[in-house]
Design a protein around this ligand. Structure first.
Ligand code: NAD
Length: 354
């Protein structure tokens, strides 16, 4: 065994079916009496239903959570936090709603209960990406890490098949980059491989039958493990490219991750052979880049950044921005290779070793 450093993030996790019935108990454990519930506009009625489990502890619902956590939306939510004298937040939804809860906690240190309904994994990380003036800035802070996660598999049954697929591959991307991270360690790699295998097994079953609770349960369990990976070790080229593309072109987060991942894996393959061999075993394929591409296609995902809204002729500018800040990657990023990588992802080509 090689030497390593492992830092665990604290957190309490309630996992199962029907677990939202335990929300009141969890609020009481935190000593919270004045809860502000958060959701997107699309999930407002779901948030209202779930709030019933919290009874009179709920002092308000803010249902305007928005993708990429714009600071003006956080400012609106903060006015409500102050006016209602909220003493905790409950975020019900995907990464966008979790992001708003984290942004409030970063400003107030209020405790957070997160009830995730996608596979984004943000609930398990001390990371917050906020957008202001078209620029997304990431911060990491112990105040940002949610105190309690209540995973209720029943809430994921309504996640549409295509969103389930891309959200699941978004989770896999966290684990893939953890395998070859600079801070990679055996504990996180174990979680990464378990998470990848659980999600890769579950997604085709979910496509076949979106109401398959055993498959939904595997996917949610895998998403949690992949979220821990994201929150524990540094990410590399894939996340950097997606951060750049998301900021520049406002592409849909999970779908963009799904399109880029096979190409980032192909790019890094030669520099991380042990990670790639382990990834191949977890996916049950010889070539992990091709395996991820084929899996995503089979699930019905769009594999072209152009189809996701990236403008023609913009690959060069994206490469320039991705190259502008140095970051660690197992293979040193260079313009020519990244141009080839993004060109393939733009067109929807299969991944090739570059
Ligand atoms: P999302 O939260 O934006 O959700 C997409 C849409 O699906 C929303 O309209 C939402 O209301 C709806 N939805 C969610 N769950 C549903 C369900 N079960 N049934 C029906 N509809 C449902 O999407 P996301 O991919 O979960 O999150 C993306 C955001 O999360 C991005 O802003 C990304 O940057 C952030 N993120 C942050 C981290 C982190 O650690 N900081 C990690 C992953 C993602």
């Amino acid at each position: 065994m090689e030497s390593f450093v492992y830092t665990a993030n604290p957190g309490r996790v309630i996992f199962g079916s029907g677990t939202i019935s335990r929300l009141g108990e969890e609020a009481d454990r935190l000593g919270a009496k004045r809860l502000l519930v958060l959701s997107t506009p699309e999930q407002e009625s779901q948030a209202q239903d779930i709030s019933a489990h919290l009874g009179a502890r709920v002092v308000g619902i803010f249902s305007n959570a928005t993708m990429h956590t714009p600071t003006n939306v956080t400012a609106d939510a903060m006015k409500l936090v102050d006016a209602l004298q909220a003493d905790a937040v409950v975020a019900i939804g995907g990464g966008s709603t979790t992001g708003l809860g984290k942004a409030i906690a970063y400003r107030t240190d209020l405790p957070q209960i997160v009830v995730p309904t996608t596979y984004a994994g943000s609930e398990a990380t001390p990371i917050l990406g906020e957008t202001e003036g078209g620029r997304k800035v990431t911060k990491s802070d112990s105040r940002i890490l949610p105190e309690v996660i209540v995973y209720d598999v029943d809430l994921t049954l309504s996640l549409p098949v295509l969103m389930s697929a891309t959200s699941g591959i978004n989770a896999i991307a966290h684990a893939v980059e953890a395998l070859y991270a600079r801070e990679a360690n055996p504990i996180i790699s174990m979680m990464a491989l378990e998470g990848i295998a659980a999600i890769a097994r579950a997604l085709p079953q979910i496509k076949e039958n979106p109401g398959d609770t055993a498959a939904r349960s595997d996917a949610l369990y895998g998403a949690w493990l992949c979220g821990i990976c994201l929150g524990s070790v540094g990410m590399a080229l894939h996340h950097k490219l997606c951060h750049t593309l998301g900021g520049m072109f406002n592409l849909p987060h999970a779908a963009m991750h799904t399109t880029v991942l096979p190409h980032a894996v192909a790019y890094n393959a030669s520099a991380a052979p042990a990670a790639m061999a382990a990834l191949g075993r977890a996916l049950g394929v010889a070539d992990p880049a091709r395996g991820l591409f084929d899996l995503s296609k089979r699930l019905g995902a769009t594999m072209s950044l152009k189809d996701l809204g990236m403008p023609d002729g913009s690959v060069g500018a994206a490469v320039e921005q991705a190259m502008s800040n140095a970051y660690w990657n197992p293979r040193t990023p260079e313009s020519e290779g990244l141009t080839e990588l993004l060109g393939r992802a733009f067109r929807g080509d299969a991944p090739e070793k570059i």
